[in-house]
Design a protein around this ligand. Structure first.
Ligand SMILES: [Zn+2]
Length: 121
């Protein structure tokens, strides 16, 4: 989630670049119009500083599965398939700095998956 024009997103969890971009746009519009709360705190490291974004695992549920996340955690999470070390380091950092919160991110696996309901046969 951001106002800047984004370079082409990679496919993630079976959702294409354009499906992901569409969700990002919907979320941004919803936040701007006050229909969805603006992210204020990273669910992973707990920071409220810098640019807060929204992370989705399932892009078929743009507003149900939308986790507030800081840019550093977001980047590390998304590159974990090609740069697992960066994600491991980030997770170590998160464990150091956070006190409480949800832990959906702990369960993320390091192999790409496809959870796009449109791909179900
Ligand atoms: Zn964070």
């Amino acid at each position: 989630l951001s106002g800047r024009s984004q370079s082409k997103l990679r496919e993630y969890n079976g959702f294409s670049s354009s499906e992901r971009a569409k969700v990002g746009k919907l979320q941004l519009e919803a936040i701007r119009s006050g229909k969805f709360p603006k992210p204020t705190k990273c669910e992973l490291c707990g920071t409220s500083e810098g640019q807060l974004q929204l992370h989705n695992e399932d892009y078929s549920k743009p507003f149900v599965d939308a986790h507030p996340i800081c840019r550093s955690c977001h980047l590390a999470l998304h590159v974990r398939f090609t740069n697992p070390e960066r994600w491991e380091k980030r997770k170590a950092h998160i464990r150091e700095v956070r006190s409480s919160g949800s832990d959906w991110w702990v369960k993320l696996i390091d192999t790409p998956i496809d959870i796009n309901p449109a791909h179900k046969k």
